[in-house]
Write a protein that binds this ligand. Structure first.
Ligand SMILES: [Zn+2]
Length: 272
């Protein structure tokens, strides 16, 4: 059932605010049911002329046992052994775990083939606080800020949240379905939550993102592509055009593509 009051409030919300694209339901939601999500498209919907998928198959493929030169992280990057330990039951070693109850099971046999990128900040445009983490773990005090009133009762999540300083929080195991994309469609398939990983970038539609966020995002995408058959990354605005506008025009897709293409220079070999 559509939580109409929540949805309507969300859709009337400040144009500055992106509400997460999860599957908000009021208390009483039964895990396992496909929840209906409320819309959260603030402001004027923006429809990009062309979607911006970022293919992840180059140059690293999906093999989990790549040689060293297939890993972007230089110098301080993980050792081969550390990379083998990069994932534990769908949790990334590069993230701080903040388990959220807002998840359910992916459909049986569903392969994870897509990454959906979002942007969010709470209050909109204010960075560094804990409100997003609190929202995704159902601990947000909705009386703490006037904007939060429209978030009351929302049950949403993403797999990852990339802070402005590059710190990564993980809320849901990638083996499970997070509630981030909502009503969505990509390449002939509905409900992207079934087969996608949701990554929220701390930001605001129209704002630029920080260097550290791009660097860490590229690292995370590579790690995901090593573990799951990820074919591409797209924006929420691509899978829900006209309804969602994040991450928005401030996100530099060509930059992400360049980062994903970059190969680490081969380390000099010791000689004779
Ligand atoms: Zn979104």
């Amino acid at each position: 059932m559509r939580p109409a009051s929540v949805a309507n409030k969300a859709e009337r919300g400040s144009k500055a605010g992106h509400l997460p694209g999860g599957s908000p339901v009021r208390a009483g939601h039964l895990p396992g049911r496909s929840p209906v999500r409320a819309g959260h498209s603030p402001g004027q919907p923006q429809v990009r002329a062309a979607p911006s998928p970022v293919p992840l198959r180059v140059p690293h493929g999906v093999s989990p046992s790549l040689p060293d030169d297939g890993v972007e992280e230089p110098v301080r990057g993980p050792s081969s052994a550390a990379r083998r330990r990069a994932w534990r039951e769908g949790w990334w070693s590069g993230a701080e775990a903040r388990p959220s109850p807002n998840f359910d099971e992916r459909p049986a046999g569903e392969a994870v083939t897509l990454v959906v990128l979002h942007s969010i900040s709470l209050p909109p445009g204010e960075y560094g606080g804990d409100a997003v983490e609190q929202l995704f773990t159902n601990r947000l005090d909705c009386d703490a800020h006037p904007y939060y009133a429209q978030l009351r009762g929302l049950r949403v999540s993403a797999h990852f949240f990339v802070r402005r300083d590059g710190r990564v929080l993980q809320f849901v195991s990638c083996d499970r379905r997070a509630w981030h994309a909502g009503r969505s469609h990509w390449r002939g398939r509905d409900d992207c939550n079934h087969y996608s990983i949701g990554i929220e970038l701390e930001g605001l539609e129209g704002h630029a993102f920080d260097d550290e966020q791009y660097r860490v995002l590229a690292r995370l995408l590579r790690a995901l592509a090593l573990r799951w058959p990820i074919a591409e990354a797209v924006g929420h605005e691509d899978v829900a055009p006209g309804r969602k506008a994040d991450p928005g025009p401030g996100f530099d897709w060509p930059r992400l593509r360049r980062l994903l293409r970059r190969r680490r220079p081969s380390l000099p070999r010791a000689t004779g």
